[in-house]
Design a protein around this ligand. Structure first.
Ligand SMILES: [Zn+2]
Length: 271
């Protein structure tokens, strides 16, 4: 006895069927082209899920919109940025492999004028980490589930990158209103960033220098003591940096960071 026939919706071939006594039913076997289409569909969803996952990491790193696509591998190397790019690749490497935990110097001071690309390079290090660090499997599976349910734009999972970037003025603003008794989240997200804290545009604040120095001592001493990597981008030269941060903080920063100069095209043209 045969059940009614079923045909593949793609190629029109009749699907083989057989009877399973245990469930007392006929089952149909999927056509090869249906299987293939399903596999392609699953692959498409997997790629979409990876994108969504990495986007969440980027967002939680606070990468500026203009640097969301910052990428070390496509950056044009010239004699001005050569060392900075090499240092950046090294940073990405020690972050991805956790080797930063055993390196006395595990951070960077990226010095250069406006337009020299220091923020771009710092962002590219974070992007490299966010792109290449293995995805957490259960979070990834949750994203796949969300995609299957059509929730791609409102993911339930919260994915947190351990690498953060923050502009100096924003960091000092958070620090200024920080209250140890009541507030632990807003500043700590950055101060305690589990792997990397990038302080962007250091040296631009105009508030009371004593307050600035106290804030930086607190933040940099904490990270230095716990061997947590720091990257600073700044327009300042060494003397300016030392005056701005104060000796103690400056010494700690130099003890844990390589200092790299970037020379911008603008400054080269005008000199
Ligand atoms: Zn078929």
């Amino acid at each position: 006895m045969e059940n009614s026939k079923q045909y593949c919706p793609l190629c029109g071939k009749e699907k083989p069927q057989f009877f399973i006594e245990y469930i007392n039913k006929y089952v149909y076997i999927k056509c090869e082209c249906e299987k293939q289409k399903e596999a392609e569909e699953n692959e498409r969803k997997r790629i979409k899920a990876i994108e969504a996952y990495i986007n969440q990491r980027t967002k939680s790193s606070h990468i500026q919109l203009k640097d969301v696509k910052a990428d070390l591998s496509t950056l044009k190397v010239d004699k001005n940025n050569k060392f900075a790019i090499e240092a950046a690749q090294y940073m990405a490497h020690i972050l991805l492999t956790d080797e930063y935990k055993t390196k006395a110097k595990n951070g960077l001071i990226l010095k250069g004028n406006c337009g020299s690309g220091k923020t771009y390079i710092a962002s590219a290090i974070i992007n490299e980490y966010n792109k290449k660090h293995p995805l957490n499997e259960s979070a990834f599976n949750q994203i796949i589930k969300d995609i299957n349910n059509g929730y791609i734009n409102s993911l339930d999972v919260r994915i947190e990158s351990p690498c953060k970037i923050i502009k100096e003025d924003e960091l000092l603003r958070l620090y200024g209103r920080y209250d140890y008794r009541t507030d632990t989240s807003a500043l700590d997200e950055f101060r305690n960033a589990k792997k990397l804290l990038v302080i962007d545009d250091l040296g631009t604040a105009s508030s009371d220098i004593k307050k600035i120095q106290a804030a930086y001592f607190n933040i940099i001493d904490y990270r230095y003591s716990n061997m947590l990597p720091i990257i600073i981008t700044t327009n300042m030269n060494n003397t300016e940096l030392k005056n701005y941060l104060g000796d103690r903080t400056y010494d700690r920063l130099n003890a844990c960071c390589f200092s790299i100069n970037l020379i911008s095209n603008e400054s080269r043209r005008s000199s």
